[in-house]
Ligand binder design. Structure first.
Ligand code: SF4
Ligand code: SF4
Length: 224
């Protein structure tokens, strides 16, 4: 059966017109609906941080005023991104001279938060720290040249701590100006610690084996 050429022509005209009409209906509907685009970060009605769930894991922060300097968090970290240095001041008092967290290495696992006896170290909802300089990702909670006396657990538990995220936000800003070279120094220290731990792990079984050998070689009383 042959198709009338005029019928085919009008069918094509109809198909083209209805396609254009359908497209224009969709365009018109999108022109009239409320936009869903968010002009992040400067034109949002509510800061994005405030819209995140309570248990969101952003940067860690440390409230050194309620920290006991026990270093449990530092020991718990599987990637050594927390560095706490404890020393003595001119009066001979013991305190923290460094408490820094390298958030470029942090895996946000939360293992450091678990053993903290006072809640001094905690996850926040903060996540904005984009930078071209990786040194800016070391958050320092004891200021450079600072000295913070360790808190007692009981007193620390009764002390009020700033709202979650404020200390991290301040630390991110501070890192832009005072963290130059700190990351390299912390990495060197963490590496030295890891090397020492590995050496101790190797030395301990060797010493045990040596002691066992000596005990085996010693004459048994009454055997001579
Ligand atoms: S969250 Fe995990 S990786 Fe990050 S500092 Fe704590 S223990 Fe280390
Ligand atoms: S933050 Fe907590 S776990 Fe870490 S040193 Fe301070 S008190 Fe100890």
């Amino acid at each position: 059966m042959t198709t009338n050429p005029m019928t085919g022509y009008f069918r094509n005209v109809w198909t083209a017109s209805s396609s254009i009409f359908e497209g224009m209906v969709i365009t018109l509907a999108n022109m009239l609906r409320k936009p869903t685009t968010i002009q992040y970060p400067d034109r949002v009605p509510v800061p994005v941080v405030d819209t995140l769930p309570e248990r969101y894991r952003g940067f860690l922060e440390a409230d050194v005023n309620i920290c006991t300097a026990c270093k449990l968090c530092e020991q718990a970290c599987p990637v050594s991104c927390i560095v706490i240095a404890v020393g003595k001041n001119a009066e001979g008092a013991r305190g923290m001279t460094e408490f820094a967290i390298d958030i470029s290495k942090c895996m946000y696992c939360g293992l450091c938060v678990e053993p903290c006896p006072t809640g001094a170290i905690r996850m926040t909802a903060e996540f904005e720290a984009a930078t071209e300089n990786i040194d800016h990702l070391v958050l320092r909670y004891v200021p450079e040249g600072g000295f913070v006396a360790p808190a007692k657990v009981k007193a620390a538990l009764e002390m009020a701590s700033p709202a979650r995220g404020l200390l991290a936000r301040a630390a991110v800003k501070r890192a832009r100006v005072d963290a130059a070279g700190l990351r390299t120094a912390l990495e060197a220290r963490a590496e030295a610690r890891a090397v020492a731990a590995r050496a101790a792990a190797v030395a301990a079984p060797a010493a045990e084996a040596g002691a066992a050998q000596e005990a085996g070689a010693a004459p048994v009383k009454g055997a001579e």
